[in-house]
Design a protein around this ligand. Structure first.
Ligand code: FE2
Length: 184
């Protein structure tokens, strides 16, 4: 289940219903699914997309997404830091950022037009849609592992536009991580 943290208010939301309600107020769709099709650690993107074909088709029908791919990174992924640097500065996209997390964890920071910056820590089973135009940035958690299905309305439109605000520098990418998960 996702966790929301609002540093300026020292508020952390951990209950699914309150996380969903908070995110909905900011136009962010959130659902928690059970990853129902176990795939091996070395499964190819094609195999993962095939295993989740029915879920992907349902999401495409709902959101007008035309294509899907898989992001699959681990600590030993070549050029990982370079890859992550593209997304850890505040930016927006011309289309929705849709992710279904299959494995690992990640941390979105969202900078709404009104109200303080908040962080969303996602884990396996979390489905999140950050609407186009939303100012945000993304970091991995300490385990530097994430495998997620990404959906696109138009792949060519999914270029980050950087705000260059520097706001992201004021927030540490701190995850609750597995220590919280094991307490559930
Ligand atoms: Fe992004």
């Amino acid at each position: 289940m996702a966790i929301v943290n609002i540093p300026a208010e020292s508020v952390t939301l951990k209950e699914d219903a309150e996380v969903g309600a908070f995110l909905a107020r900011h136009g962010i769709d959130y659902e928690h699914w059970t990853p129902a099709h176990p795939v091996s650690a070395d499964a190819t993107a094609e195999a993962i997309l095939a295993a989740y074909g029915s879920e992907i088709d349902a999401l495409k029908a709902r959101g007008g997404y035309v294509t899907a791919d898989v992001i699959d990174v681990k600590p030993e992924t070549p050029n990982l830091d370079m890859m992550l640097a593209k997304f850890s500065r505040e930016h927006w996209h011309d289309e929705d950022e849709v992710r279904f997390i299959l494995e690992g964890r990640g941390l979105f920071h969202v900078h709404p037009s009104e109200g303080p910056v908040f962080a969303i820590e996602v884990e396996a089973g979390d489905l999140i849609r950050v609407p186009r135009g939303t100012h945000h940035w993304f970091d991995l958690c300490g385990d530097r592992r994430i495998r997620a299905i990404r959906l696109f309305q138009d792949v060519s439109g999914w270029t980050p536009h950087y705000t260059e605000s520097g706001v992201d520098k004021g927030f540490e990418p701190v995850c609750f991580g597995p220590s919280y998960v094991t307490r559930r």
